[in-house]
Design a protein around this ligand. Sequence first.
Ligand SMILES: Cc1cc2nc3c(=O)[nH]c(=O)nc-3n(C[C@H](O)[C@H](O)[C@H](O)COP(=O)(O)OP(=O)(O)OC[C@H]3O[C@@H](n4cnc5c(N)ncnc54)[C@H](O)[C@@H]3O)c2cc1C
Length: 491
Amino acid sequence: MTKINQDSIIKNYSNLSCDYLIIGSGAGGSVASSELAEKGKDCILVEEGDFFEIDHFKGSFSKSITETWRNAGFTPIFGNPNFAFAEGRCLGGSTYINGGLIWRTPEKVLNFWNEHYLEKFDNKSLNEHFFKIEKKLNVISESNNDGLNLDSKLIHEQAIKNNIKSVFVPRAVKNCKRDNVCYTGCSSGAKQSVLQSYIFESSHKGLRLILNSKVKKLNLNNNLFFSAELLNSKTREVFNIKFKNVILACGVTQSPILLNHSLGNKIFSYDMEIHLNFRISAIFKDKVFSEKGTMFTTQIQEFIDEGDIFMSTNFNKSNFLSSISNLNNDKLLDITENIDNVASYVLQTKPKSKVKIFNTFQKQFLRFNLKQEDFLHAKKRIKFFANFLLSAGAKQIILPIKNNLIINDSDELDKALEKLKKKDLQMLSVHGMSSIPMGKKNKNFFNSDGRSNDFSNLYAVDASILPSNIGESPQGTIMAFSHEIIKRMKI
Ligand SMILES: Cc1cc2nc3c(=O)[nH]c(=O)nc-3n(C[C@H](O)[C@H](O)[C@H](O)COP(=O)(O)OP(=O)(O)OC[C@H]3O[C@@H](n4cnc5c(N)ncnc54)[C@H](O)[C@@H]3O)c2cc1C
């Protein structure tokens, strides 16, 4: 199924009703709506953003980021340091703009969750869901032996040589053309989001879709939610949908905000767990032709038990140069002339520090303070991986430090890290989770069937309900949990 069923898109918003209203079309919402549609249920999937064909952006960074990312890509997180949180806002949600890495839930994490938060989310039932997800999204591990992806190959070989654990990664990709623009608009449609799988398929099986419409509030009567108030951003039309059951899948920042507003609380704060990404770029002695490849084929997992992983990331010459445009002309010229020798990598860590989500009159406001232990940990790992890149043949490293600080050797690295202040760390987060964690205790808003303890026709299936920080890319787990929650509805 490679096309959406255009007839599934609702254009007349009067007198709408359904049995199941699913809000948000990303990893969680796409699975829930598609499973319900498959069972012949009457459901409507609402999405705040627009529908874009799978290769619509042809790799255009600025077009993709302004049209498919919430707040044009950069939702500010204020604090020490300031940084951005990124999430999608389009049909397919963040899966449309992400790296396509699909991991099964790590066994250690699942065991911990079952001990403390969940009831019987065992490997057996989840694996059944993972098989389905992996088949639908064409999850494969790609080889490094095509003469491309030298940035991944280089660190993988260096790791293996030094007994450092590095693995090939499972990604949702079909016939990748190696254009290296996965998260800013895959130019060929090779990256498999939930759009061209779950959503396209279910649009042919009775699922109705509403686009460009944000659910502003859910209305409650006698402990049951019964209708949603929406605003269409294109026509400015305000309309209502009546429903029997409602499933929240607005993502980690928006689900708590909608819930809180619907419950009539003007201001609140929730904690969100995150991963932090630090970009470390290397200028190698030899050419690596980073632009010719995909985002990454391998990942260094030596420190995964401490929450740290390291991998290459998408590389586009002009995007990269614009990101270092603060450097002086001589440096810029030097890097431009050696651009085929440059590769960018990402160190991902799992901090103990959490982001606070405030709902200030239905606008999110995010605050964060990097704890000293997380700061020291980040410095330790930046040091390790910068040295690792030097030993792999880098002649210069651009550190994730204000003004793109460049070092030439280990001594300069040590000095730079010694002087480093928290506020000068450059970082980004693209993984948020656990803002309304599900759990077996009554104090958790959602029980471990994803259903509200207080409102029996309210469910949630997105990143916000993951019990705690997973320490790996979360999409696979969010999707498997969404499958499991729908299965537990026993309908
Ligand atoms: C750049 C980037 C790269 C990433 N790479 C990976 C990766 O390789 N592997 C991985 O596992 N994870 C990755 N992630 C994270 C992953 O994509 C998300 O964790 C996952 O998609 C979250 O799923 P979700 O269902 O919670 O929300 P989302 O997928 O974000 O979907 C939520 C949807 O709800 C819509 N919505 C919100 N509020 C409303 C409302 N009130 N009314 C109507 N609609 C609403 C939003 O517009 C959005 O489309 C990446 C994320 C980003 C941003």
